[in-house]
Write a protein that binds this ligand. Structure first.
Ligand SMILES: Cc1cc2nc3c(=O)[nH]c(=O)nc-3n(C[C@H](O)[C@H](O)[C@H](O)COP(=O)(O)OP(=O)(O)OC[C@H]3O[C@@H](n4cnc5c(N)ncnc54)[C@H](O)[C@@H]3O)c2cc1C
Length: 377
């Protein structure tokens, strides 16, 4: 290990890798990841969808700013397209019509929505149980993301700009030092002028290690399963189906169906595992709305989606700890926002114009700064 870098990025998930790839254009960078491989935690466990208009307003803006990158990444970034058209249908029973309208209003101007009757929804998604859905809207632009390709692309981009990646390099202690920070890892000690805290669910823990005030990040467990699809359904042609209250979703995955009960259970940062009860709830909800007879759970997993109290991410320097940069709290949209978040983080770290990243987006960087009032002590 070289011993001094301009910037040490802690965490090799999508947040850390996208930031490292952009920061490395203007500074020496090391990525320190506790696991042996990048993306072992949340980033490798997502539903891999780019859904315009999903999440808080800031995440919607960052998704919009990321879309051009997904559609046209730099030459050599990925071997295959990063996006595959999927489409996404939000569906409502009679008793959920208000909820559906509220979701549509929240997405206003961010996605092209087509309203459907129950019958039209069933025609577009024959997996739906006849008569179960009263209304729906369809977003034709939602797309599957090749998350592995995205992470590998950012890792390659970072390395080709000179960044180093160390796996099995859990950061165990940190202290301010003459050149910035002294960082002790499972692989040895490095120093860095700036630390980027991209530790996902562990971001508050990493702050505490550094003697920096934690900001109130809450990891929430979300469960997913895969099951076989009914034989008469063309799985590949199916849109993702999401309940108006996000009480379940189902989408094609490699010829099978991936489903989730949309759970948000507060959890400690950890290698999240699915609970039997959540799996059972998932099966129950999905089979009420869809023509699925679940005989066997083919696979199941859980991952953590981490939120600050106001559900906005934190991207910026800590107001009290010099050289400590936060990049956390992306909740359920960290993959689809990563291209823009990585660029924004790099501009803030390198001191280059932030406006170029956020041009005409209406998002002021202070809005997601860690020093905002909602995250004050
Ligand atoms: C079931 C599920 C479905 C989702 N679906 C979507 C979706 O469809 N679209 C979307 O955009 N988002 C989705 N998300 C959210 C998305 O996965 C997250 O927002 C994103 O992965 C967060 O990325 P991250 O890099 O911050 O976290 P992580 O991927 O968890 O990376 C953080 C890394 O930091 C490392 N680390 C922690 N502490 C230390 C330490 N002390 N030293 C060194 N390394 C450390 C960890 O090992 C980890 O690899 C979903 C999440 C879940 C769980």
């Amino acid at each position: 290990m070289q011993d001094h870098f301009d910037v040490a990025v802690i965490g090799g998930g999508i947040a850390g890798l996208s930031a490292a790839a952009n920061i490395a254009r203007g500074a020496s960078v090391v990525v320190l990841e506790g696991e042996s491989q990048p993306g072992y935690h949340s980033s490798g466990r997502s539903a891999a969808i780019l859904a315009q208009g999903y999440g808080s307003g800031a995440m919607q803006v960052l998704t919009g700013l990321s879309e051009p990158f997904f559609n046209a990444p730099p030459a050599g970034f990925a071997e295959a397209p990063l996006l595959t058209p999927r489409g996404l249908m939000r569906v409502a029973r009679e008793d959920q019509l208000q909820a559906l309208k509220a979701v549509a209003a929240q997405m206003e101007g961010r996605a092209a929505l087509a309203w459907l009757t129950g019958e039209e929804a069933e025609a577009r998604a024959p997996l739906l149980r006849p008569g179960h859905i009263a209304r729906a809207f369809y977003n034709p632009d939602a797309a599957d993301i090749d998350v592995h390709g995205l992470m590998q692309g950012f890792l390659r981009m970072a390395k080709s700009a000179g960044a180093e990646f160390f796996g099995k390099a859990e950061v165990v202690s940190m202290a301010p030092a003459a050149q910035g920070w002294r960082i002790e890892t499972a692989q040895g000690v490095v120093t860095a002028g700036v630390v980027v805290n991209a530790a996902g669910a562990w971001a508050d823990k990493v702050a505490t290690l550094a003697g920096v005030r934690p900001l109130g990040l809450q990891p929430m467990r979300r469960t997913a399963i895969t099951v076989a699809a009914p034989g008469d359904v063309d799985v590949q042609a199916m849109p993702m189906i999401v309940d108006a209250d996000e009480e379940f979703y189902v989408k094609p995955e490699a010829g099978k169906l991936m489903a989730s009960p949309g759970d948000e259970t507060p959890a400690e940062p950890q290698d999240a595992q699915p609970e039997e009860l959540d799996v059972a709830i998932c099966v129950d909800r999905v089979s009420q709305a869809c023509r699925i007879e679940v005989r066997r759970i083919e696979s199941k997993w859980a991952g953590l989606r981490s939120f600050f109290p106001d559900r906005l991410p934190a991207c910026g320097f800590d107001p009290e700890a010099k050289g400590f940069f936060w990049l956390a709290g992306q909740g359920g949209a960290g993959v689809q926002t990563a291209p823009a978040m990585g660029r924004l983080a790099a501009a803030l770290v390198l001191g280059t114009p932030v406006e170029e990243v956020l041009a005409d987006s209406g998002l002021a960087p202070g809005y997601i700064a860690p020093g905002r009032p909602a995250l004050a002590a």
